[in-house]
Design a protein around this ligand. Structure first.
Ligand SMILES: *Cc1c(COP(=O)(O)O)cnc(C)c1O
Length: 367
């Protein structure tokens, strides 16, 4: 190809998502496989959301409401913020990218924990910015480390709470201290994709600090506890001023009509969300107990996924599980080669995982 591509693009490789069930079954000619790799909702889609999507289908000849008026109104009431302190994205992924593109000047840097969610550095690097990383300490985000890593070029800090892929949280008092110490010319993005799953009191939402006069953006998503990963919608909450700037970069129809209606419906379906959270909590306890019984170590989590230590390289266990029809996430690219990441699924899915995992471990024990 004769086209010159910028070095910061040429050096990137595409994000590798969790393997889709269809793809695995096509490749191996198997059925009844389960996907516990992308932290999706095991209860499926809220029936109210399905109904809303069906009702909206006849309007698809029209453009969606670029301002998502109805959804914004409902959400602003439930979060107790003003409508113009909210912005929607085609998944919160898009908002991460929009934040990078809105605020970073040439030479500005992104700061984040390592390992954490890959989209932070992918977006930054795709826009030609460098990224500084602060290693986790004992699987937890090191807030003091982040603070001392803030330099003159640091513009945006991405802090994932709970952190993907470890499921760890930052302690409320420490987050408070961290935010108070932040310089005024830095934006802190608190990505709370899994906040619904935390055990009460274990951590605190960035929403509690929005009046601290610091530059804070809280990101949330409908992809996890709300069960709408496939339709793509998430949101950000911040000051009117910050939201206004991001709105100038956002494409006018970034969230589609069905996504807005489905999100509105599931926001009102408290029963579905509560059921989801209770299932995750109960199954988390069950999985912990079973793994302990098997003598397997894991990293305790506040999210709907966790790291499991593997007796051989995690990648080998990942491959073997695939052949048994169980998709988990290998952790090599996150620098945890001796772990797999398991999404907490339904009762049946988790039982299938435990059964196949035990068989594989047994195979290694008996040589
Ligand atoms: C899943 C996830 C998101 C949400 O992504 P969407 O684009 O809203 O589906 C955001 N941040 C983290 C850390 C995640 O794991």
């Amino acid at each position: 190809m004769k086209i010159r591509v910028p070095d910061h693009i040429a050096s990137l490789s595409p994000y590798v998502p969790g393997k889709p069930i269809d793809e695995l079954e096509r490749e191996l000619g198997i059925s009844d496989s389960v996907k516990l790799a992308s932290n999706e909702n095991p209860l499926g889609v809220s029936p109210k959301a399905v109904e809303a999507i069906c009702n909206q289908a006849i309007n698809l000849n029209r453009y969606p409401d670029g301002n998502a008026f109805a959804l914004k109104k409902e959400l602003s009431a439930s979060l107790c913020v003003e409508p113009d302190e909210i912005i929607f994205g085609n998944g919160s992924d898009e908002l991460i990218d929009l934040i990078v593109r809105t605020f970073l000047l040439p030479g500005d840097e992104v700061l984040t924990a390592d390992p954490s969610f890959m989209i932070y550095w992918l977006s930054a690097r795709a826009s030609g910015h460098s990224v500084s990383y602060v290693p986790l300490k004992n699987f937890m985000v090191d807030l003091d480390g982040l603070l001392s890593a803030v330099g003159p070029r640091t513009k945006v800090i991405f802090l994932n709470n709970p952190n993907n892929p470890t499921g760890s949280v930052v302690f409320p008092g420490e987050l408070d201290r961290f935010i108070r110490a932040l310089p005024d010319d830095v934006i802190l993005v608190l990505d709370e994709a899994y906040m619904e799953f935390i055990e009460p009191g274990s951590t605190i939402s960035g929403l509690e600090f929005l009046d601290y006069n610091k530059n804070i953006i809280v990101l949330r998503t409908f992809s996890k506890a709300y069960g709408l990963a496939g339709i793509r919608i998430g949101y950000g909450v911040s000051s009117k001023e910050i939201i206004d700037y991001i709105n100038r970069v956002r494409l006018p129809f970034n969230t589609n009509m069905m996504a807005q209606s489905a999100a509105l419906a599931v926001l009102k379906d408290k029963e579905f969300v509560d059921k989801t959270i209770n299932l995750i909590w109960n199954q988390k306890k069950m999985l912990y107990q079973e793994l302990e019984r098997m003598g397997v170590e894991y990293v305790p989590t506040q999210a709907n996924f966790f790291l499991i230590k593997t007796p051989v390289k995690g990648n080998i266990i990942y491959e073997k599980l695939l052949f048994s029809g169980v998709i988990v996430r290998p952790m090599d690219s996150y620098d945890f080669p001796d772990y797999i990441r398991l999404t907490i699924g339904s009762v049946i899915e988790n039982e299938k995982f435990l059964m196949e995992f035990a068989k594989i471990l047994q195979g290694f024990k008996s040589g």
